[in-house]
Ligand binder design. Structure first.
Ligand code: PXP
Length: 244
């Protein structure tokens, strides 16, 4: 498959909600950050409605669906409750992630291969509602094969491991992501990537030619403390564009 020239940036606004929730009020509003992100060059907004509602809440989803003019990618666990919510709101895309109540963030990819039977109906119902389904998986050929069998149009590769190792280990992880992206693209699946990406580590990932979208959150929101959210998104956009 030929290289995708334009790499989309999905901005994850969960941690704007984390800051808001720390005080229990309305400020800062995630939707305000989402609109600012769109203005600064984000191609989509990503939000994870967790079972414990620790950041994004149900009402945020309603407001985002009403006010956004760019696509919303809803990250969600494969539960009946989340399926009902997704079918009610019908976001542009739904990214199915594993969820563990004790974790600080999404620590690993979904075991699409091990949960094949359970996910078949889940993916089917989302697809029938015209929601673009993505599976958040490790860059592992077994998981890509499972995504092919499940009929998922998109996979998102977990870059957390890549982000947390250095030297030869990082090179090896980059190769794994690159090979998995090529395998997905060859089989008609659009590969995305995300988790733990920063100004320092985004470019080798952005240079993988098959990748169509990166989803980035925690770093952008943290960096916004120092540079302003608009500035951090413009810089991320420029770093990504430099590689194409
Ligand atoms: N993609 C997925 C599927 C995620 O679960 C997350 C974290 O919520 C991200 C991307 C963004 O990761 P980070 O906040 O580390 O940039």
């Amino acid at each position: 498959m030929s290289a995708i020239k334009y790499l989309r940036l999905g901005v994850n606004i969960d941690h704007v909600a984390t800051i808001r929730n720390a005080r229990g009020g309305d400020h800062p509003e995630p939707v305000r950050a989402a609109l600012m992100a769109a203005k600064a060059g984000a191609d989509g907004i990503t939000a994870h409605l967790r079972e414990d509602r620790r950041h994004i809440r149900d009402n945020d989803l309603t407001v985002l669906m009403d006010e956004l003019s760019i696509p919303l990618n809803l990250e969600m666990a494969a539960t009946d409750e989340m399926l009902d919510i997704a079918l009610r709101h019908r976001p542009h895309a739904a990214c199915i992630v594993p969820e563990n109540r004790e974790e600080r963030t999404t620590e690993g990819g979904l075991d699409a291969a091990g949960q094949h039977n359970r996910l078949t109906d889940f993916v089917g119902q989302l697809r029938n509602a015209n929601i673009r389904v993505s599976l958040f998986i490790e860059p592992d050929p077994r998981q890509v094969e499972a995504a092919i069998h499940l009929g998922a149009p998109v996979v998102e590769f977990h870059t957390g491991h890549y982000a947390h190792v250095a030297g030869a280990d990082r090179e090896a992880e980059l190769r794994r992501i690159s090979e998995a992206a090529a395998l997905a693209a060859k089989n008609g699946i659009e590969p995305h990537a995300g988790h733990g990406l920063t100004f320092d580590n985004v470019q080798p990932i952005a240079a993988i030619p098959q990748l169509a979208e990166l989803n980035i959150g925690h770093f952008l929101i943290g960096e916004a403390i120092f540079g302003g959210l608009g500035n951090s998104i413009r810089e991320m956009r420029a770093l990504m564009d430099e590689t194409r």
